[in-house]
Design a protein around this ligand. Structure first.
Ligand code: ADP
Length: 310
């Protein structure tokens, strides 16, 4: 089977130093894949090259088997791009803008109105089709940005930090939409926040200092993580077995008769499971605090080990 995206020996330098070096990975199925890395790691450079807005110094990018350097136009038809700042035109209505975006993506003229309708429906913006983009909230503008990235029904959608700058409610809505899009397309999204990737993505590619340090499923990554901890204050302290019955809990450390530290593996959504258990079992939770993410430690560990699963 042809990979939807195949990146081979990709390297780029803007100046004399390499921004990314020898990046290799491939994606074979639909779903959301996360590109995780701290600032300056090389995420945008990688995304911009794949999206065709930057030409690499070395290496190959194949989208559905098409080399974007050899057949630019055909490769561009297979991919949608949501850059960090969506390229919106404030004085267009949503329908006008998406009609324009469809033209840019070579949708045949006679199919444009239908493509616009489908993208608006998928992104939940049909009721705003005649509204000027400048009069939309940040969350809805982001939906329009996402709609333009899927307007031509591409195999691959690249999203650069798509939830950056949104408020918490908008983030939840945007994640839901991205997950839905991942059911019909391959989505490659970048973030510097582990939690974001762990909530949204099936697979994770971690990049640090311009090199891939980890590339595998989210489950494999979670197993690799050291247990993290949550500090809890409760009036009715539960027994250890009650806490350990909760998915992800590894170990409990009792600090006082009202305070304990729970070590866990997996994503930060464990706090939701602990809160739900507290309500159910009447532990009278007063405070819950996720102790600082170990992402920096993980980066350090992975960078030094240079664990490559490619
Ligand atoms: P990220 O998206 O992970 O924050 P970038 O891909 O933007 O990382 O940057 C990777 C490296 O390339 C950084 O060291 C950054 O300073 C450098 N870089 C990015 N864009 C340019 C540019 N236009 N000119 C020179 N150096 C750049």
């Amino acid at each position: 089977m042809e990979s939807i995206l195949k990146v081979e020996n990709l390297s780029h330098r803007y100046t004399s130093t390499w921004a990314i070096r020898d990046i290799n990975f491939q994606i074979e199925r639909h779903g959301v894949v996360g590109l995780l890395g701290s600032n300056g790691a090389g995420k945008s450079t990688t995304m911009n090259i794949i999206a065709g807005v930057l030409s690499q110094t070395e290496g190959t990018v194949l989208i559905n088997g098409i080399d974007k350097q050899k057949d630019r136009l055909l490769a561009k038809r297979q991919l949608g791009f949501l850059p960090q700042t969506p390229p919106l035109h404030m004085d267009f209505t949503v329908r006008e803008y998406l009609t324009y975006a469809a033209g840019l993506r070579y949708v045949e003229k006679k199919h444009i109105p239908k493509s616009v309708d489908i993208a608006m429906d998928k992104c939940g913006i049909a009721h705003f089709s005649h509204r000027l983009i400048r009069n939309l909230s940040g969350g809805y503008r982001q939906r329009v940005g996402i709609a333009q990235s899927i307007i031509h029904n591409p195999a691959l959608v690249i999203m650069d930090e798509p939830t950056n700058g949104l408020d918490p409610n908008q983030i939840i809505e945007a994640r839901k939409l991205i997950r839905e899009i991942g059911e019909q397309h391959t989505v490659l999204l970048s973030s510097h926040v582990l939690n974001e990737i762990s909530i949204l993505c099936r697979d994770i590619i971690m990049i640090e200092g311009g090199r891939i340090v980890f590339s595998d499923s989210m489950d494999a990554f979670n197993n690799y993580l050291k247990p993290q901890s949550v500090l809890m204050h409760m009036d009715q302290m539960p027994a250890e077995h009650a806490l350990k019955a909760i998915e992800g809990v590894q170990r409990v450390q009792y600090l006082s008769n009202r305070q304990c530290r729970v070590y866990f593996t997996g994503g930060a959504e464990i706090t939701e499971r602990l809160i739900a258990a507290s309500v159910r079992e009447n532990w009278r939770l007063q405070e819950i605090q996720l102790e600082k993410s170990l992402l920096d430690d993980v980066f350090k560990q992975l960078s030094t080990q240079n664990k490559r699963v490619n």
